[in-house]
Design a protein around this ligand. Structure first.
Ligand SMILES: Cc1cc2nc3c(=O)[nH]c(=O)nc-3n(C[C@H](O)[C@H](O)[C@H](O)COP(=O)(O)OP(=O)(O)OC[C@H]3O[C@@H](n4cnc5c(N)ncnc54)[C@H](O)[C@@H]3O)c2cc1C
Length: 468
């Protein structure tokens, strides 16, 4: 089929020159157009289809689906009595809200409560999509208590994206790659979405638009506009070496703003150490030292506290140390191969490799291990220890900050409706996932972003179809 026939079959119309040349097909009206194919977008599309819609289109500007969700570690925070209970973990939606306040300060408590209340059902739904979640509930870093589950292995985010994408396809949804939504306007009670693709611009007519374009961590000018301390060389945790396409440039947030949406908390940017010496995805098995070999922060503190502490170090760099006993992530092999992480048989050898006075590092580790045995470190207030760090070989490497997630974006309500600058819902406009801002305050609990994608993705799809 030629491109024009393909588009017509998909119910899309050409705009601009092609339309002027008389090639326009009579377009169908979609019930929902989702912009972005990360976990939030695909979940929203699946949910719209499950809610009875038959004409659902996902526009994705990249060459492949998945966005940052594809690279996510996939920890999913949930209040799930049936998963936490058998492991003796007591939790509640109120605790989730309180913990979120503790790490994020001024949060949108109603929206965090919505996430908590719907989190167990969201996990059940993900499993029904074909994802196999590991049985163990764990405390993720920055998680405050054990409430995370994940698909086993290093590619959990990918497993979720692929499973939900299969569901979208099975239910008859369409995904159009390499089409960047760049215009949003309202006409006759419908939305018109312009999207630029390899063959020109198309325009799609739809009853509802769901914006799920992720955050703006890859947009350095925008990041630095909100926090000038962020170095111009910063890269995202999804694409640390800028080797592939990264669509996290805030497109959807700016589109929504032009369409009348209110934005909030745009300066709240989550920076964290990730691709250097850090090897663990859980709290309690590693320690951080400065260039003098001294600890300077509780390694299990909220990321915002850790990031502030690292921003205050000379060169904004630190060393991360663990030992043979910890459970290292999948990045270990590559980090050892490319020299990001090194192994040493003794603390002295490690200190020499770091260019640090060995007596200082020996004393730091001795004090740390005394604290780990007692379960409390009076210097930093650390209370989460899974081990002492004294079993050679030691694994260590330099670490710096990466742009992990943006916490600001489109103001939404508990139905994922986009709110205008007057505080009222913009008709037919929804947003879910990282693009929705102001939910978590200055920082979020580990595992809560992916859960927010699931919960608000499902709500957006459902509310869009039922015109709530
Ligand atoms: C390495 C890493 C590990 C992480 N680990 C965790 C974790 O364990 N737990 C957790 O909760 N969170 C984690 N996060 C954060 C979490 O993964 C993200 O916040 C989440 O995946 C965002 O999903 P999303 O669907 O909102 O956006 P994305 O997955 O980024 O998808 C957005 C999509 O929209 C597309 N798009 C953007 N603009 C347009 C446009 N104009 N037109 C068409 N398409 C567009 C993009 O190309 C992209 O494909 C991690 C993030 C990273 C990078």
């Amino acid at each position: 089929m030629k491109r024009r026939e393909l588009l017509a079959a998909a119910g899309l119309m050409l705009s601009g020159a092609a339309r002027a040349a008389g090639h326009a097909a009579e377009p169908q009206v979609f019930q929902a157009v989702v912009i972005g194919s990360g976990l939030a977008g695909l979940t929203a599309a699946a949910s719209a289809l499950e809610s009875g819609a038959q004409r659902v289109l996902v526009l994705e500007k990249g060459p492949l689906i998945g966005g940052h969700s594809l690279y996510s570690s996939g920890s999913l925070a949930a209040v799930s009595p049936k998963r936490q209970g058998p492991q003796g973990i007591r939790d509640s939606v109120e605790s989730l809200v309180a913990d979120s306040e503790r790490v994020g300060g001024r949060i949108d408590a109603a929206l965090v409560r919505t996430i908590g209340e719907r989190s167990e059902a969201a996990l059940d739904w993900l499993e029904a999509c074909g994802v196999v979640l590991g049985p163990k509930v764990f405390q993720s870093i920055g998680g405050m208590r054990p409430r995370c589950v994940a698909a086993p292995g290093p590619t959990a985010g990918r497993a979720y994206v692929l499973a939900v994408n299969r569901r979208v396809r099975r239910l008859g949804g369409r995904v159009l790659l390499r089409h960047r939504a760049n215009g949003l306007s309202r006409q006759g009670g419908l939305w018109l979405v312009d999207a630029e693709g390899p063959g020109g611009t198309i325009t799609v007519r739809t009853e509802a638009v769901i914006i799920a374009t992720g955050g703006f961590t890859a947009n350095i000018p925008l990041l630095r506009h909100y926090d000038v301390r962020i170095p111009p060389t910063v890269t995202t945790t999804a694409n640390p070496r800028r080797l592939f396409f990264d669509g996290a440039d805030g497109d959807g947030i700016l589109l929504a703003e032009k369409a009348g949406a209110a934005l909030r908390n745009m300066s709240m940017i989550q920076l964290l150490p990730y691709w250097g010496g850090r090897l663990l995805d859980y709290a309690g098995g590693e320690l951080y030292v400065n260039s003098h070999g001294r600890r300077f922060v509780d390694e299990t503190a909220p990321w915002s506290e850790i990031a502030e502490a690292i921003l205050g170090l000379p060169g904004q760099r630190m060393w991360v140390i663990t030992d043979a006993r910890s459970h290292k992530g999948a990045s270990l092999g590559i980090k050892l191969t490319d020299g990001t992480v090194r192994k040493s048989a003794s603390v002295r050898e490690m200190a020499e490799g770091m260019g640090i006075d060995p007596t200082v590092l020996i004393s730091t580790l001795t004090d740390y291990n005394i604290a780990a045995r007692s379960g409390f470190d009076a210097v930093t207030g650390k209370r989460v220890f899974t081990q002492t760090i004294d079993m050679p070989p030691y694994y260590w490497g330099e670490e710096k900050l990466y742009a992990h997630m943006t916490l600001g974006g489109i103001h939404t309500d508990a139905c994922a409706r986009v709110l205008g600058r007057d505080g009222m819902p913009v008709p037919g406009l929804y947003a879910a996932g990282e693009t929705a801002g102001g939910i978590f305050g200055i920082d979020r609990l580990g595992g809560l972003s992916m859960m927010s994608c699931l919960v608000f993705g499902r709500l957006a799809g459902n509310c869009a179809v039922h015109k709530i």
